[in-house]
Ligand binder design. Sequence first.
Ligand code: DX5
Ligand code: ZN
Length: 217
Amino acid sequence: DRSVKIAPSILSADFADFGREIRAIEDQGADWVHVDVMDGHFVPNLTFGPPAVKAFRRHVTTVMDVHLMISPVDPYIDAYAEAGADILTAHVEAGAHTHRTLQAIRAAGMKAGVALNPGTPAEAVEHLLDLADLVCVMTVNPGFGGQRFIDMTEKVRRLRAMIGDREVHIEIDGGVDTGTARRVVEAGADVLVAGSAVFRGGSVEDASVYGRNIAAI
Ligand code: DX5
Ligand code: ZN
């Protein structure tokens, strides 16, 4: 299914009220809920671990899309499966054996994603595409919400061509708003993560407008 899906990142939600925030974005048409896991080591910020993700699961009725910005990944795969992740994405830069990591994610019963930092070429995942359900193209350097979009349109185009007729989503993460979304969708992306554009620093007021704009692409 290549229709454009919106995956709000709860990194920009009200951390004191995740249940309400998740319900609000789903009520307003979110297709997936994007959960940013950071370890203070692979990226210079620290967020949620498996118990928090498990608590989010009780509120998510769509798809829980868990983006791991952690290294190593493999020791935690079972914990995120247990926490209820539907999709688990690991960075190709997070270790030497992403091939093994993607196999382990699928073996644990989840869909497997592989993410690329802005400085990493599309070719880094070329030999992983048979093991991946999703490629996440970072359009900011990971670690924080609210950063400026870095244009990766050419990378998205190359990935879509490499993927060919395989069923692999291309997800864009970082600095997505109504202005930047169109270009990447035209290049072949079909999942748009958006944190600050949806929550605007703690509220979801504009999320429905935003969602409709995006869905109209
Ligand atoms: C960045 C995270 C993103 C981030 C997106 O490290 O992976 O998911 O929350 O936030 P915005 O949309 O504000 O760039
Ligand atoms: Zn993310």
